[in-house]
Design a protein around this ligand. Sequence first.
Ligand code: ADP
Ligand code: MG
Length: 392
Amino acid sequence: MAFPKMTDLELRGKTVVIREDLNVPIKDGKITNDKRIRAALPTIQYALDKGAGVIVLSHLGRPKEGEFTPETSLAPVAARLSECLGRRVLLSKDFEEARAVRPGGVVVFENVRCLKGEKANDPELAQKLAGLGDIYVMDAFATAHRAQASTEGAIRAAKEACAGLLLTAELEAFAKVLDNPQHPVVAVIGGSKVSTKLELLNNLLDKVDKLIVGGGISNTMIAARGFGVGTSLYEPDLVEASKGILAKAEALGKEIPQVIDVVVADALQEGAEATVCMADAVPADKMILDIGPKTRELYDRVLKEAKTIVWNGPVGVFEIKPFGEGTKAIAQSMADSDAFVVVGGGDSISAVEGYGLADKMDYISTGGGAFLELFEGKKLPAVAALEARCAN
Ligand code: ADP
Ligand code: MG
């Protein structure tokens, strides 16, 4: 996986166009979480420090193409970026005005999804975006799985293109986990549905030494082993596919540590009474909502032996207190282990942050869909376009 990196290029006196993912949640004109802006800062700051003028591109929400409206404006993002950088930031939707940026200057170009042709990856728009500056920097990992004008077309159209610091860090973390990892490699895949993670499970099984499954996925696996799962969330349609995964693991000599005990309740609600039972003896009127203490111990041992860990998806309904012990325990085991740990997925990350353990992980991905596609073994269009530039 060779791609041009921003740190290898001469930026002084150049105009650098940086595609970020600054699609932050905004309520009543106020940003409620600026994580994505903070994740983009090192790349923008780096370009400024090296003496470049910077034009930042991003999308926001899902506006109608061809129309700029106040509701879909990046104005709050530009204001927040200005605060973070401690310098003036111009917001513009005019190509000429943006192109006039001077070294040390920052322009936020308006919501790229308001531009006609963005979604369809129109070559003309791609050319226009690339033509805003001398170097096109792709840094929007969370949007790297979409082949759109600002995420793929412009990389191909630009005179010079490269990956920014964030995209580079994401791809390097990924490579450290799956391309060239230290063994044993353990993946923990939880969450609600096998159907959304079937490709992920299949691809990871080829790469890892052990696969821990949790959450609703584990319920379907328990059913695939022939045990009852009571009223648990599970997918009857995916029992066969789950059997396929268990058989594949067996054939490859990969271990899927078996859930020993589980936490069950009558209903998925706050205040429901949580009890523990063995995974092969779930009462018909109960639902599985978390892993039990013996399973937590087993997983702790597996995780402490690992040298590399990738985690996506909570192993229980962590949002509701009595059912969050399992997810908290595995997060703690990862924090305590000396493995290289990568965490991805919105819910897993909010769990880790909620436990105050984010700093203890080696890498926390900023991509949801992009993270999944990367770990499913797919080539992200933006990354393919960058790699193609190295091949020439
Ligand atoms: P991520 O966002 O980290 O990729 P997912 O979105 O795939 O994770 O899954 C998270 C959801 O899975 C959470 O809302 C959690 O409550 C749910 N979940 C976990 N275990 C169970 C379970 N046993 N039964 C029902 N839902 C579960
Ligand atoms: Mg989620």
